[in-house]
Design a protein around this ligand. Structure first.
Ligand code: PMP
Length: 399
C-alpha cells in the first residue's frame, strides 16, 4: 500500500500557519491614491513613504494626457505579442528613446522587470527553448541582488555563485571557480532594500580582466542617478562595451510600468529570438508606451525633481543623525531604518501608521534573517515638513 498522496493545498495552508506564527505572513492591502504624496489606507490619509515613484511622475498631467490620448486613438490592449502584430509605433518610439537615453545601440521592451531579468539570463544561457541544451553559464551575483536576477539564473540552469555584498574581491573569487566557462556577472545598480549603489566601475574592470559579461539591473537608479537621470551606469560613465547588458524598469522613477533590456543589436536580436518572457507574452499596452515616452522627457528635462529629491535625502539623513536614528549607508531615495527583529519591525510600522505615515516593514526572506527593517523611500512629492514629521514619528516608533 502506498501512503496517501499529500495535498499541495494543505501543504500551502500549513506553510501559511508557519509564516503567521513567525510574524512573516504577507498581506495585500487595498489602498487609494490621495493628494500629492498621500495614500489612503483603510479610509485614513497617510503620507506615503513606501512608493518607488521617486520623481513623482505617476500622476504627472502630461503622462496622464499622453496615456489618455493614445488610448483614445489606439485602444487599450496591444492585442498580441510583439512578434505577432502587437508591436506598435509607440513601442518602437519608446525603445528608441530608451536606447538614446541610456547610450545604448538598441533596447527591447518587456512587460515587467521580473520578466526582463528572466528573459535576458535564460537567453544568454542558451536556455531559450525547451529541449535546447543549455550551454554552461557561470552566473556570479551579489548576495543582495533582486529575486528576479536570482530566479533567472536558476531557471536558466546556470551555475549560480553568489558573492559577499558589493565585495569585488569576493566576486573575483567566484569567477575563478570556473575559469574556463562563459560567465555573466549580474548586479543591481542600486540595491532595492538597502539603497546603496553597486561598485560598478571596479566590477566592470574585473569583468574586463576576466572576460565576463557585466549585467546591471538599474531598476532603482534609472531616473534618479547620473546625468539627466540616465542611471547608475551612466553615472559611473560605463559604456556599452563595459556593461553589455543593461536592464531598467519603467514602473519606478518613470511612474508607469514595464521594463527594457538595452545593449548591442546582437544582444537585442538574440533576446527577440530566445527570451521566452518576451516571445510568449502580450506586448504592454501601447498607451503605456506612449506615456513612458513622455515620462522619459519629464525625467530628463525636469531636473528640479532630482534636485528636490537630493535635498530631501540630505534633510532626512541629517535629521536622523540629529535624533540618533541609525540608518544604512545610502545616498539614494531608498533610506532603510534597520530594526532587526520582524515583530519589532511590524510594531514600529504599525506605530508609524497610527501617527499618519505609511512605511512598511520588510522582513525575511526579502531581507536576510535578523535584518528586518523599515524601508523609507523619499519622493519629489514629499515636502520638507513631511520628512520632518516622519523623523519625529520614527524617533518615537523605534525608541
Ligand atoms: N529589479 C529590481 C532591483 C527591483 O527592485 C524590481 C522591482 N521590485 C524588479 C527588478 C522587478 O521589476 P518589476 O516590478 O517591473 O517587475
Amino acid at each position: 500500500m502506498t501512503s496517501p498522496r499529500p495535498d499541495p493545498l494543505q501543504r500551502l495552508a500549513a506553510e501559511q500557519a508557519r509564516r503567521a506564527h513567525a510574524q512573516l505572513r504577507r498581506r495585500v492591502r487595498t489602498v487609494a491614491t490621495g493628494e500629492g504624496a498621500q495614500i489612503v489606507v483603510d479610509g485614513r490619509r497617510l503620507i506615503n513613504f513606501a512608493s518607488n515613484d521617486y520623481l513623482g511622475l505617476a500622476r504627472h498631467p502630461a503622462l496622464v494626457e499622453a496615456l489618455v490620448r493614445a488610448a483614445r486613438e489606439d485602444g487599450v490592449g496591444a492585442g498580441a505579442a510583439h512578434l505577432l502584430g502587437g508591436h506598435r509605433d509607440e513601442h518602437a518610439r519608446l525603445e528608441e528613446a530608451l536606447a538614446r537615453w541610456t547610450g545604448r545601440e538598441r533596447a527591447l521592451l518587456f512587460s515587467t522587470g521580473y520578466m526582463a531579468n528572466l528573459g535576458a539570463i535564460t537567453a544568454l544561457a542558451g536556455a531559450g527553448e525547451p529541449g535546447a541544451r543549455a550551454e554552461p553559464l557561470l552566473c556570479v551575483q551579489d548576495k543582495l541582488n533582486h529575486a528576479s536576477l536570482l530566479d533567472g539564473a536558476r531557471l536558466a540552469g546556470c551555475t549560480l555563485k553568489r558573492y559577499v555584498h558589493a565585495n569585488v574581491d569576493s566576486a573575483a573569487r567566484q569567477l575563478d571557480t570556473y575559469p574556463g566557462d562563459p560567465a555573466l556577472l549580474a548586479t543591481d545598480g542600486v540595491f532595492s532594500m538597502d539603497g546603496d549603489v553597486a561598485p560598478l566601475a571596479p566590477l566592470a574592470a574585473l569583468c574586463r580582466a576576466q572576460r565576463a559579461v557585466l549585467m546591471v539591473d538599474d531598476a532603482h537608479g534609472l531616473g534618479v542617478l547620473g546625468p539627466d537621470g540616465a542611471g547608475s551606469v551612466a553615472e559611473a560613465k560605463l559604456s556599452q562595451d563595459e556593461v553589455p547588458v543593461l536592464m531598467g524598469t519603467l514602473g519606478k522613477a518613470l511612474g508607469v510600468s514595464g521594463a527594457f533590456v538595452a545593449g548591442s543589436a546582437v544582444l537585442v536580436d538574440g533576446l527577440v529570438q530566445a527570451a521566452r518572457s518576451f516571445v510568449y507574452t502580450t506586448a504592454m499596452p501601447p498607451a503605456l508606451a506612449a506615456a513612458t515616452c513622455t515620462a522619459i522627457d519629464a525625467a530628463r528635462f525636469e531636473g528640479w525633481r532630482r534636485d528636490r529629491l537630493a535635498r530631501l535625502i540630505a534633510h532626512f539623513r541629517h535629521g536622523a543623525q540629529a535624533r540618533g536614528i541609525a540608518l544604512l549607508e545610502s545616498r539614494t531615495p531608498i533610506q532603510p531604518v534597520p530594526v532587526g527583529d520582524s515583530t519589532a519591525a511590524l510594531a514600529a510600522s504599525a506605530r508609524l501608521e497610527a501617527a499618519g505615515f505609511y512605511v512598511p516593514a520588510i522582513r525575511p526572506p526579502t531581507v536576510p534573517p535578523g535584518q528586518a527593517r523599515l524601508r523609507v523611500t523619499l519622493s519629489a512629492l514629499h515636502a520638507e515638513g513631511d520628512v520632518e514629521r516622519l523623523l519625529d514619528a520614527l524617533a518615537a516608533a523605534c525608541a
